[in-house]
Ligand binder design. Structure first.
Ligand code: FEO
Length: 402
């Protein structure tokens, strides 16, 4: 049975939720599910904005059929060709054979790469190619197309509806988590319950492309936006500046909060012991701090926390003369996501030849504007009084720096 919601009088959410997906994009856990958003405008012409992931196709097509009523589908705007939004495009063409696809050249090339059509199918005749800044009217609504390359793929564009002042923002402004009846961010306590998942979504999906997100924010700042319709998560119709401000911070790699993210990789508990002592000392000094065990917490959560806090401490055992596996993976992920503008403290451990501190420092030198503090901790197997003094000195330095 259909399950839709009105976004505006003539705009209907026809997307669907998946709460059984174990790994989004095969790598990011989504314990609260994920929504694949699609929007149908019922103007003089009908316009569908994006399709959905294959896993929710039957719900989507049921929603679309219901929302269309007895009308035909005139246009499909494709913003992004990643299959979580385009996998059902081919089936849509079979079901709605008269539909005209509005897209750009890169999107068209990807449609041809992703889908094989029969020789007698004339795809080109159903394509309306648009360029940056082109406009289109569906009747009462007037649209302009804004290219947003690398937010999150090179073909991405977004659409601005100047009639309703709505931005169809593709992956930008998305949030992990299924929509549990609440379509709008103002229907939930977003800051308390969903901000962490919004940050985890942003940092892991598009965190690498901060400059390109900044470029999109600059373009979008030239238009009045009263509603944002992303491809995942909530629609924004209130407090839009709150979320744009978060995007400004995340995309410029500015810390969102003064405080410390501590990530530790411990084999038999001694490195963990040092991290526990540090987090306790920092708490005693009133510092905002979060602690993560890299062996059990998904890397995507820790990447998100590293984007949140101004200061980070990495604590790692030495393993095969290298950095412990889970810490190595975390650092590689942070570097891949362009983490920068942070102050970092290091704790190393090694039973016969501690190496992890030196190696972590070398990895962090690949980052832009990351300062590694001189105050560090070097453990040989288990903590000594000298190590306690080192942790105390690191605490003082962090407190003084915050
Ligand atoms: Fe939600 Fe880049 O796809």
């Amino acid at each position: 049975m259909y399950c839709t919601r009105k976004v505006q009088d003539d705009l209907i959410w026809v997307g669907a939720n998946n709460r059984r997906l174990a790994m989004f994009e095969g790598v990011y856990s989504v314990p609260n599910g994920v929504s694949f958003n699609s929007y149908l405008l019922l103007d003089d012409k009908t316009v569908l904005f994006d399709t959905v992931d294959n896993s929710v196709s039957s719900q989507f097509f049921e929603n679309l059929e219901y929302a269309l009523g007895n009308r035909k589908l005139d246009y499909l705007v494709v913003h992004h060709m990643e299959p979580d939004h385009s996998a059902t495009l081919r089936e849509l063409l079979l079901r709605y054979s008269d539909v005209t696809i509005i897209c750009n050249e890169k999107i068209l090339a990807m449609i041809k790469n992703f889908f094989k059509f029969s020789d007698d199918f004339d795809l080109e005749s159903q394509i309306m190619l648009v360029k940056e800044g082109d406009s289109f009217s569906s009747g009462a609504h007037n649209f302009s197309f804004i290219f947003a390359p690398m937010v999150h793929w090179p073909e991405v564009m977004v659409t601005y509806d100047s009639t309703s002042k709505t931005l169809f923002s593709a992956d930008a402004f998305g949030t992990f988590g299924a929509l549990n009846g609440a379509l709008f961010a103002d229907e939930v306590n977003f800051d308390r319950d969903f901000l962490d998942e919004a940050r985890r979504y942003y940092t892991n999906i598009v965190g690498k492309y901060g400059a390109q997100v900044q470029a999109l924010l600059n373009k979008a700042s030239g238009v009045e936006i009263e509603c944002i319709c992303p491809l995942h998560g909530f629609v924004w119709r209130k407090d839009i500046e709150y979320f744009i401000d978060k995007y400004q911070k995340w995309s410029s790699y500015a810390p969102e909060k003064k405080g410390v993210c501590i990530a530790y990789a411990s084999i038999y508990g001694h490195t963990e012991n040092a991290a526990e002592i540090l987090v306790t000392m920092l708490r005693e000094r009133g510092v905002a701090v979060e602690l993560f065990d890299t062996s059990v917490i998904p890397t995507s959560d820790i990447v998100s926390a590293c984007f949140k806090y101004s200061h980070i401490v990495f604590a790692s055992a030495t393993y095969n003369a290298g950095i412990f596996i889970t810490m190595e993976q975390l650092l590689a992920d942070l570097i891949a996501h362009n983490i920068q503008n942070r102050v970092v403290g290091l704790i190393e451990n090694g039973s016969w030849f501690p190496m992890s501190g030196k190696l972590m420092r070398a990895e962090l030198e690949k980052c832009k504007n990351v300062t590694v503090l001189d105050e560090s901790v070097s453990i040989r197997s288990s903590l000594t009084d000298a190590n306690m003094a080192e942790i105390s000195a690191l605490t003082e330095r962090l407190v003084g720096d915050l």
